[in-house]
Structures are given as C-alpha cells and as structure tokens.
Design a protein around this ligand. Structure first.
Ligand SMILES: [Fe+2]
Length: 229
C-alpha cells in the first residue's frame, strides 16, 4: 500500500493516519503487526455505537487477535511477509494464523470504515461505480444489508473490487476476501463486523438495527480512496 493511500477521517493530520498494512514480519521486530491506534475516541461513534462496546471491541477483542497473531507469526517463523502476502497463501498456515490474522486485519479495516464524521452518501467516482454495479445507492444499501443480516453466526460483510467490478460478499468467522481459501476474492473497500460482540450490548439480538445505524458512520472518503488505489 502506498503512503497516504488509506484515508482516515479528515479530522486527523496526515502524519497520524494509520495504515492498515504498513508492516510486515521481519526477524528483528518482536511485534511486526502492531495494533493501529483507534483514530477517534471510544465514545465518538455514539449514539450509533456506544463507548463501552468500542472499548471492549478494540481494547479486548481486537487487542487479543493482534497479540495472538504476532505470537503465531513468531511461532510459525513467518518472515518478511505483509498481511496480504500471508492471506494470499493462508492455506499454508495454521487455523490460528487464519483466525487471528483475519481478526487483526478485518478490524483494522472496520475502524477506518467508520468515522464520527461519516454517513450520508458517496459522491464522485465511487457513486458512479455504485450506480453502475448496483443500479442505485439505495439498491446497493439493500444488497449490503441483506449480506450483513444473513451471515449465519459470526462473520463479516464486504464491499470488494473483483475483476474491476464492485461486489458485495460475506465471509464466516474472521475470513476475508484476500484469503486464497475465500470463495469470493477481491480487494476490500469497506466492511461491517456482524459478530455479536460488535453490537450486543446496545442492540442485543437486533442485528438489523445495528446495521441500520452503521450507515450513519460510513466514511465515504475512506471507501473512495480504496476504490481509487
Ligand atoms: Fe469484532
């Protein structure tokens, strides 16, 4: 990923923008895949996502995936590889690398999909591509909502670029479309976490309500940047 290719919410200075794939393993770094700082406060996404959920989600769940992934990368002697390179041959590694590496990357992308200044509708090239591939923004949302709602158990829904076209797909557990074992492969532009830990405290079993609230937070600048890179 080139420098500046990932756009964090516009309130952050260029130097503070986290890159989700800025690191790779090497023999000298004890933590090759650090957890990027959350680019907003835990309570910044309220009322749509509550502070306690964010604190536990980032501070416990994501932190645990990150810690485990770094340990497993060391144990399995994964050297000089980016996350994308690891995912491209994920079937060569243990289930632990697949689950924790996915958990590490997926949440990195999810935090940047969200912004306290998000919501509204996309514009420019992204809107054109959405209209070309889905007919309209509302049809796009409907398809994305259906994908996110119908993930059975824990998983993710994604907007990806696949062979030059936009597509909405879902994945189970912590799998993602960059993994070579994935049925649907492509470059992720945005995602939503539909594990219960992402919404249960505020929304209980009402996943659809959480998904509806998610649209108030989507950072279209970030999604656009991912389309254009
Ligand atoms: Fe999660």
């Amino acid at each position: 990923m080139g420098a500046g290719a990932v756009l964090a919410p516009s309130i952050f200075a260029e130097s503070n923008r986290p890159s989700i794939l800025q690191t790779s393993t090497n023999s000298y770094d004890p933590i090759p895949f650090p957890q990027p700082p959350l680019p907003y406060a835990f309570n910044a996404l309220e009322p749509h996502i509550d502070a306690q959920t964010m604190e536990i989600h980032y501070g416990k769940h994501h932190a645990a995936y990150t810690k485990n992934f770094n340990q497993l990368a060391k144990d399995e002697m994964i050297d000089n590889k980016t996350v994308e390179e690891i995912f491209a041959e994920i079937d060569k590694y243990s289930a632990g690398v697949r689950n924790n590496g996915g958990g590490y990357y997926n949440h990195n992308l999810f935090w940047l999909t969200l912004s306290p200044n998000g919501g509204g509708e996309p514009t420019g090239e992204l809107l054109k591509e959405i209209e070309k591939n889905f007919g309209s923004f509302s049809a796009f949302k409907e398809t994305f909502n259906k994908a996110a709602t119908t993930v059975f158990g824990s998983g993710w829904a994604w907007l990806i670029k696949q062979d030059g076209a936009l597509k909405i797909v879902s994945s189970p557990n912590q799998d993602n479309p960059l993994m070579n074992i994935s049925k649907e492969k492509g470059s992720p532009l945005m995602c939503i976490d539909v594990w219960e830990h992402a919404y249960y405290l505020k929304y209980q079993n009402k996943r659809a309500d959480y998904i509806a609230a998610f649209w108030n937070l989507v950072d279209w600048n970030f999604v656009s940047a991912n389309l254009l890179k």
